[in-house]
Design a protein around this ligand. Structure first.
Ligand code: GLU
Length: 472
């Protein structure tokens, strides 16, 4: 995936978007360049014996920024991976962390592989070897560089990486914090798997709380009944669609996958579609809607909200003129190219940018990293005390009023928050806060026309501040 549009690589596309924000700021060019450039990139090739033959694998890990440590970002297993893609994604991580106030630098890694071609055992050997290479080069470490799941990887790979690191450095008391997105039984935090999708839901909920912005995008009311098209039924897309349909009443009218799209004006059943995709490898044959062979054409169907949750570069200058959504929430990284972004803005389509919308994953990774450093699950110390306090409040109310407190109030008061409650609350707060900052800066600086530029201005201001504070 070298070229995304008009000869621009993904990396250039991201940089051009950042330049739009820089043009509205008075940042010293030297600082701007320091912020934009990638600090270091590692490329490794390593052999692994697969079914009696030696295969050579190539992987990358780019560190975009180190103003805060560790540098943070996912590890992708895909045949789209190359150096410039990893660099673009690492840059997005820097801006993402700044926007949602996560005190990390930006990094990203990838392995050129189609994981479907390998068994679990083989993937385990490949991942463990990759982890050793990353660690030997200083690109895997709880204090400096902490990977996480991304496309093609999940809890399983993160557990293998953590275990490899732990065996290499058994004396490192914080070894588990070398990677996030681990299974809960192996140092993960509750709520990390669904965090990015949950964050997409919280971002949309927050946008719908701001009526002026909402109306300016041609929408009104609540999320209930909003016709929505989803591209990508992977971890992020599935969870976003699940929460938005089950909890907010959003109607998913089309789901687009690699082998085609399913369209149903009455709403596609997300859980059933996901089940079909998991058991058949795609949406073909799914009975819950009309199948459209040319899946990407469904991006152009009329809808209120379009959620691209798959890969970069899916909305380009060729299809941007035909998009008929009012609002696009970028759940994937870089789904809209630089040129397409300009076309969509000129057509008055509102875009909530990736560096904000999909930041939920790294927010909860931050919580997991903190949990690993503290060696204790969230809520363990205070939960029972909170419960006892709640019960006392109920008793005090009943004794002073002489009336019984309704059961649902008494239940909710006398229940202490568990880890999942706390993680959700922290994620919701982070997404609300970031959106408010984006909206605030637009109202203070009318020359900032769109949400992406606003988000980048905020990120660049925070980054410049920390570069200046360190005294570069
Ligand atoms: N891969 C995710 C992202 O692109 C998560 C990164 C992380 O948790 O470090 O944001």
């Amino acid at each position: 995936m070298a070229e995304v549009t008009s000869g621009l690589t993904f990396r250039q596309s991201v940089d051009h978007m950042v330049d739009r924000a820089l043009a509205l700021m008075e940042l010293e060019p030297g600082i701007a360049n320091a912020i934009k450039s990638c600090t270091s990139v590692l490329q490794v090739s390593f052999p692994v014996e697969i079914r009696g033959k030696v295969e050579l694998f190539t992987g990358w890990r780019a560190v975009h920024s180190i103003h805060r440590l560790p540098s943070k970002g996912g590890l992708r297993y895909s045949e789209s991976v190359d150096q410039q893609e990893v660099e673009a994604l690492a840059a997005l991580m820097t801006y993402k962390c700044a926007i949602v106030d996560v005190p990390f630098g930006g990094s990203k890694g990838g392995l050129y592989i189609n994981p479907d071609n390998y068994s679990r055992e083989e993937l385990k050997r490949i991942t463990r070897r990759f982890a050793r290479e990353l660690s030997a080069a200083g690109f895997l470490n709880p204090a400096t560089n902490v990977p996480a799941p991304d496309m093609g990887t999940g809890q399983r790979e993160m557990a293998w990486i953590a275990d490899t690191y732990k065996h290499l450095y058994p004396e490192d008391v914080n070894a588990l914090a070398c990677v996030t997105g681990k299974p809960v039984a192996h140092g993960g935090v509750n709520g990390r798997t669904e965090a990015t999708g949950r964050g997409v839901q919280y971002a949309l909920q927050e946008f719908f709380r701001h009526k002026e912005e909402l109306n300016a995008s041609g929408l009104d009311g609540s999320l209930e009944g909003k016709n929505t098209i989803l591209q990508g039924l992977g971890n992020v897309g599935y969870h976003a669609a699940k929460f938005l349909t089950e909890e907010d009443g959003v109607k998913i009218t089309a789901i687009i996958e690699q082998d085609g799209a399913v369209y149903n004006p009455d709403g596609v059943h997300v859980e059933e579609a996901y089940y079909h995709r998991c058991s058949h490898g795609g949406l073909k044959g799914f009975a819950g809607g009309e199948f459209i062979e040319d899946g990407t054409s469904a991006l152009e169907l009329e809808c209120d909200i379009l959620i691209p949750a798959a890969i970069e570069g899916v909305i380009t200058e060729s299809n941007a003129p035909n998009i008929r959504a009012k609002l696009i929430a970028e759940a994937a990284n870089g789904p809209i190219t630089f040129e397409a972004d300009r076309i969509l803005r000129n057509r008055g389509i509102t875009i909530l940018p990736d560096a904000y919308v999909n930041a939920g994953g790294v927010v909860v990774s931050y919580f997991e990293w903190i949990r690993n450093l503290s060696h204790m699950r969230f809520g363990r110390i205070e939960r029972r005390l909170d419960e006892a306090r709640g019960r006392h409040v109920v008793r005090a109310l009943e004794e002073t009023t002489g009336r019984k407190v309704p059961e649902w109030i008494s239940n909710s008061l006398s229940r202490g928050a568990d880890e999942l409650d706390l993680v959700r609350s922290g994620l919701d707060d982070s997404m609300r806060q970031a959106m408010q900052e984006i909206i605030d800066i637009r109202s203070r600086k009318p020359e900032i026309e769109d949400f992406r530029t606003a988000a980048y201005v905020i990120a660049l201001q925070k980054l410049a501040r920390s570069y200046l504070d360190i005294g570069v």
